[in-house]
Design a protein around this ligand. Structure first.
Ligand code: HEC
Length: 458
């Protein structure tokens, strides 16, 4: 008996090993459940999340569902009023936007207890980050007959903009917002062609590379039958014009002062704003550019070395680059005081003549068209993060230097702001909201996009 057991040990052992092997084999084949895969959806789905995805590169977005926007022409062939020149880079819509290449706009969304998060990605291979910059005797606009003498407003920015129906009753000539989206409210005929609905209120979120993104905000605006304006509170940008009732030709009121433009954004990050494009710490723009021009363009003076309009001349010494704005007035003066070749031309000038010459030099580089400020009230409801750091871009006028690839933009807004000029995402009342989305490339009027999409809170 003892022997029998002893003899059967190998048998049991083999059986045991066999079963173990089976079990192991099974274990080996076992595949844990896959993390959810990003899938394409028919509406923009916002999924609930506990971890706030407050960054464009947050891992949350890797597995989030996405909505592909089929962009169409929304507003084309529009020009600005007198004095605003070369600002319509999306004039012909799809064939102009991103040099005619599909922007492939993709949207993702999420929400937590407090906020809605929208991630937008699209292709636009040149960054445009100025808007209505002041140029003195700048280029004329091939699309317009405007005289380009003296100060004109030029250059434009890239935007993405969203439109929501505030009270669910916005409508225009083409129908209700619920049925035809922005087309009803913003792009009908007659009075509503003016970005205005005939009835109701449309909440406009305008992400603007020149006037909101540097401060990590999105313009929060409202459009009604009586007008299109900023929400209540302090807006993030103000037109930098000497005479606000003459915003396109009166010339700049301010330039950056000599301090570094440090700013702590709403995410608590300390950023340095590039003076070539942005004015935050401002000082009065002094000097008369016309008088400065008379001195500079005298064939025996500055012109003789720097060429007409400071474009470089035969010595290839350009002084019209936008990066000249990085230097404060004092720094520019000190620099000119210290170029020995220039002494016979620069030193004899009086203090006010030097200011005149600098006003003209600013007009060659292009003075930022807006100054920035920290927004407050209903104007400050929407914040943003993106993959662009304008601090690294020195010359957005130089196509080789401002090339990138894809915009990645995160937009964050409270679900409920309780401000009368905002759409409220009250999930106890509705889980579906209609919206429109617009893209602009170097433009602020003409745009492509989609007139009506549904945002669904899962
Ligand atoms: C004789 C030739 C000559 C004349 C005339 C001249 N410059 Fe210059 N300028 C120079 C040279 C050389 C430099 C130094 C360029 C460098 O180092 O890159 C310079 C530098 C400058 C700079 C600084 C550029 C920079 O980026 O640092 C400015 C601005 C400027 N000149 C403006 C003027 C103005 C305004 C006048 C007329 C009052 C003038 N220049 C007349 C030769 C001249």
């Amino acid at each position: 008996m003892k022997n029998k057991i002893k003899n059967s040990i190998p048998y049991f052992s083999v059986l045991f090993l066999f079963v173990l092997a089976l079990a192991c084999k099974k274990d080996y084949n076992y595949e844990p459940p896959k993390p959810p895969q990003a899938g394409q959806t028919n509406t923009l789905e916002a999924s609930p999340t506990l971890i706030a995805p407050k960054d464009v590169n947050h891992s949350y977005w890797n597995t989030a569902n996405y909505y592909k926007v089929v962009a169409e022409n929304m507003s084309t062939g529009t020009l600005y009023t007198d004095g605003w020149l070369n600002m319509t880079g999306t004039f012909d819509g799809l064939s102009d936007f991103n040099e005619g290449n599909n922007p492939n706009l993709v949207l993702k969304a999420a929400y937590d207890q407090e906020n809605l998060y929208i991630l937008a990605e699209w292709r636009d291979t040149t960054v445009n980050l100025s808007q209505g910059s002041w140029l003195f005797f700048g280029p004329s606009d091939p699309k317009k007959g405007d005289n380009a003498d003296n100060w004109t407003s030029q250059r434009n920015a890239d935007h993405i903009a969203f439109a929501f129906d505030v009270d669910g009753n916005a409508s225009g000539a083409a129908g209700t917002f619920a049925s035809v989206g922005c087309q009803a409210s913003c792009h009908g005929t007659g009075p509503s062609a003016n970005m205005q609905p005939l009835a109701g209120k449309v909440d406009i979120w305008d992400w603007n590379m020149a006037t909101s993104v540097p401060m990590n905000y999105v313009h929060d605006k409202i459009s009604t039958a009586s007008g299109f304006s900023d929400d209540a509170g302090t807006p993030v940008a103000v037109r930098n014009a000497k005479i606000l009732s003459d915003p396109s030709r009166s010339g700049p009121a301010y330039e950056s002062d000599s301090s570094n433009q440090y700013y702590t954004n709403p995410f608590g990050q300390k950023v340095l704003l590039n003076k070539a494009f942005y004015i935050l710490n401002k000082t009065d723009m002094v000097g008369n550019a016309a008088d400065g021009r008379a001195i500079f363009e005298d064939p025996d003076k500055c012109f003789s070395c720097h060429g007409a309009g400071g474009t470089g001349g035969s010595d290839d010494l350009p002084v019209n680059g936008i990066a000249q704005n990085k230097k404060s007035r004092l720094a520019l003066m000190t620099r000119m005081d210290n170029v020995p070749d220039m002494t016979p031309y620069w030193s004899p000038l009086s203090a006010s003549q030097k200011d005149d010459v600098i006003a003209y030099l600013r007009g060659l580089s292009g003075v930022p068209g807006y100054y920035l400020q920290v927004p407050s009230g209903s104007c400050s409801d929407i914040t943003t993060m993106s993959n662009i750091t304008p601090i690294n871009i020195d010359n957005a006028m130089d196509e080789d230097k401002n090339r990138h690839g894809t915009y990645k933009v995160l937009i964050i807004r409270k679900l409920k702001t309780n401000n009368a000029d905002d759409v409220q995402f009250d999930l106890t009342k509705s889980r579906e909201y209609k919206f429109g989305v617009a893209l602009m490339d170097n433009d602020g009027k003409n745009h492509i996009g989609s007139k009506v999409i549904t945002l669904t809170f899962k």
